[in-house]
Design a protein around this ligand. Structure first.
Ligand code: DGJ
Length: 734
């Protein structure tokens, strides 16, 4: 059984809960007074006799022995879910405002339940699995004075080193209580020379990996922007300073949520660390009336004693099998061509059909019409909210365009930005109060637009119907759902003042509700999420759509860094990646067309250029690139990911591989970013192969053992010029 309960005799620890995945064990201890302590998370152990490592007896602080120093106990005891205001002065997970105006809350063990499978979290995305895949533990706790019940929920995956956590708080008192902070997970442990790894960036520079030492100064990441953000991703990992891709201990948390978040890790006065993750408490306040329940989003925890590579592959497998629901999740996605970088707003039906006509001859399978097809939108100043096709621009209407594209043997897809409204729009003129704003304060414009108050049902209904009506009107098989600004001026005319602190979270629930409706009515739709590039690249969005636009930066070199950081957590099958024209529109760099194709192969693969205008030698390469996609995509989408070399670290070259689960086939992508004069070839040691098997490299006659390719290596010749690349395709020899 992956979850077991043991009673302990003759110890201050009374109960132990032991959670086991294939290679890891997590232990929780309930102590005499009912505190829920964290005993262990690490390599798998069989023996439950582990209560001795919960530091209690060596200290004179045990409350029942010396009540005077109870706060010393609370301030050092490794907690499963630390609460505010009772004497644990480290960062906590839960605080309230009671009817009496107080902030303290406690958590005392009451009972437990072991459940086959995993319950859904209402209104929120979460990982899933059958009764065979997952077992859950619910530890029921109470705060007696406030009459709160607090459930700590753990789900343990049978075949993956994953434990998920979430929390549920119910108010059983007649008085209302406000939650001021509720995180979803906490890990208390000793500092084992840990370094934190987080993903940071900006527009066009998303998810660059950053390392910070874990010490008394808190490493803290967050978003207060209403989305998970370009700036910081809801992912926090700590690893031993000397851990590598293949060795060392790694603890990681990833938040299945697309709004404001907070995560941190810091060492306390005793050299213990506390790692936390949850909804950001800034501007958060949630009212619980009698009988109300609040469910906090899920945190996915992965522990690996085999370095970061195993952690990455665990996240990839979990998300591919137990988070993404789309019918496309195990399928090749149609190779698309998107007109954004090709035309921006300057297009009509003729232009789009001419792009589609050329594209269809080259093996491209879907035309996606981006921003600018509706209302009077000729630039980013107007019309968001007026989701009515501009028939002056698209003569014959949307159905005509979709039909013409279909006649070419291609699918047709469309762009929306459903959550937004332009001040210059019919929608805003009719319903100015539908925008998020504070009465008496002019809200801040961003990209000339406001955010719709989708916490309101009537606004959501309008938004949903206007999108669905368009989708019902023609054969549209793909939607790019964009969000191009962050939230500010938090105010809603429909929320009473004591509930204004609910707006940020209600907004995210609104996004989820809209996308759930969309995929329910259009179950075969391919949904790609996007937010000004990759500002909403998080597990929450993957519950609704199988892919997310990774970044507006399509430059092949910048993408190496962005895609490396993204792939640290998220599967390649989810990374929107396109070949675009040069000089690159974001950085002005000129890279070979071939390299742009090799780099985009790491993701969903597509084009973002005017195929009627690009140089002939580039266009001539597209048929072989589309063939390359069909040849390798099953492997890229389903294989195991191995990082071999990192341009972000060495400044010269990059190499990653995908290896089939049966280890019979592998593809390594090598990019020589900088040419080095008068150097030998580069020795590359592949990863992930079977050392005992014989392999052939496509284009060569001889065979190699996996052992040689991984330990002795393979020589990749210097290529003439910067930004050159090659694919190394390895297959089992007969
Ligand atoms: C931001 C997206 O990331 C781009 O790809 C494009 O769709 C624009 N928005 C359109 O406004």
């Amino acid at each position: 059984m992956p979850v077991n309960h043991y009673e302990v005799k003759n110890s201050y620890v009374k109960d132990i809960f032991k959670l086991d995945t294939p290679n890891t064990t997590y232990c929780i201890g309930i102590v005499d007074e009912g505190y829920v302590g964290h005993i262990y998370y690490g390599k798998k152990i069989e023996d439950p006799g582990i209560e001795h490592i919960l530091r209690i007896d060596e200290m004179p602080w045990v409350p029942s022995k010396n009540n005077r120093d109870k706060s010393s106990f609370l301030d050092s005891f490794p907690m499963e879910f630390p609460t505010h205001g009772i004497g644990d002065y480290r960062e906590d997970c839960l605080s309230v405002e009671s009817s009496g105006g107080n902030f303290a809350v406690g958590l005392i063990y009451d009972s437990y339940e072991i459940i086959n499978g995993k319950n859904k979290i209402s209104g929120l995305p979460s990982t899933f699995g059958s009764d065979k895949d997952v077992t859950s533990l619910v530890i029921h706790c109470i705060d007696e004075p406030l009459k709160l019940s607090i459930d700590l929920i753990y789900s343990v995956f049978e075949d993956l080193d994953v434990i998920t956590r979430s929390v549920k708080v119910t108010n059983n008192s007649k008085d209302s209580v406000f939650l001021k902070k509720i995180y979803s997970a906490c890990l208390d442990m000793d500092n084992d020379d840990f370094v934190a790894v987080t993903l940071h960036g900006s527009w066009a520079r998303e998810r660059h990996m950053v390392e910070s030492e874990v010490n008394r100064a808190r490493v803290s990441i967050d978003s207060t922007r209403g989305e998970s953000s370009h700036q910081m991703n809801p992912f926090l990992m700590i690893k031993n300073a000397d851990a590598t891709d293949e060795s060392g201990e790694v603890y990681a948390m990833n938040f299945v949520y697309s709004g404001n978040f907070h995560a941190s890790v810091a060492e306390d006065q005793f050299g213990q660390i506390r790692m936390l993750m949850g909804i950001n408490s800034e501007d958060f306040k949630w009212k619980l009336r009698e009988g109300d329940t609040f469910e906090a989003p899920e945190v996915v925890m992965v522990y690996s004693s085999f370095g970061t590579g195993h952690m990455t592959r665990t996240f990839h497998d979990l998300y591919r099998k137990h988070l993404i629901r789309s019918p496309y999740k195990d399928k090749k996605r149609p190779i698309l061509i998107n007109n954004w970088e090709a035309t921006y707003f300057d297009f009509n039906e003729e232009k789009l059909i001419s792009i589609a006509r050329e594209a269809s001859k080259l093996g491209i399978e879907m035309l996606v019409m981006d921003d600018g097809w509706f209302g009077h939108r000729e630039d980013d100043n107007t019309s968001l909210g007026d989701w009515i096709v501009n028939e002056e621009k698209l003569k014959g209407g949307l159905k005509y365009l979709a039909d013409e594209v279909n006649k070419l043997g291609m699918k047709f897809g469309i762009w929306f930005e459903p959550e937004m409204v332009s001040p210059l729009s019919d929608l805003y003129r009719e319903h100015p109060d539908w925008a998020i704003a504070i009465p008496g304060r002019v809200p801040t414009l961003s990209r000339n637009q406001y955010v719709l108050d989708i916490t309101r049902e009537e606004v959501r209904d309008y938004v949903y119907e206007s999108v669905a009506k368009v989708l019902r009107s023609a054969n549209i098989e793909y939607v790019k759902w964009d969000m191009n600004r962050q939230l500010s001026d938090i105010g809603s005319v429909s929320l009473p003042k004591e509930r204004m602190g609910e707006l940020f979270h209600r907004y995210v629930l609104g996004v989820y509700d809209l996308q759930e409706r969309l995929i329910s009515e259009f179950p075969n739709l391919l949904l790609e999420n996007c937010s000004g590039g990759g500002a909403r690249f998080d597990p929450g969005m993957l519950f609704y759509g199988p892919q997310i636009w990774c970044s507006d930066d399509t430059d092949a070199v910048e993408r190496l860094i962005i895609q490396e950081g993204t792939a640290l957590v998220y599967p390649l099958s989810s990374m929107g990646a396109h070949v675009s024209d040069c000089p690159n529109h974001t950085v002005g760099r000129v890279t070979p067309f071939e390299t742009r194709g090799h780099v985009a192969l790491a993701g969903t693969f597509g084009y973002e250029l005017d195929v009627t205008k690009i140089p002939k030698e580039d266009k001539d390469m597209i048929p072989s690139q589309t063939k390359m996609y069909h040849k390798y995509n099953d492997l890229v989408r389903e294989g195991d990911y191995y990082r071999v070399a990192s341009y972000s670290k060495n400044g010269q070259y990059d190499c990653y591989g995908v290896v089939s689960k049966d280890k019979k086939e592998a593809l390594y992508t090598y990019v020589q970013v900088m040419m080095r004069p008068n150097y030998h070839s580069r020795k590359i040691k592949f990863k992930g192969l079977d050392p005992k098997r014989n392999y052939k490299i496509e284009g060569e006659d001889r065979t190699y053992t996996g052992e040689i390719l991984m330990n002795a290596g393979y020589l990749v010749k210097n290529m003439w010029g910067d930004f050159k690349s090659c694919l190394i395709h390895i297959m089992e020899a007969d």
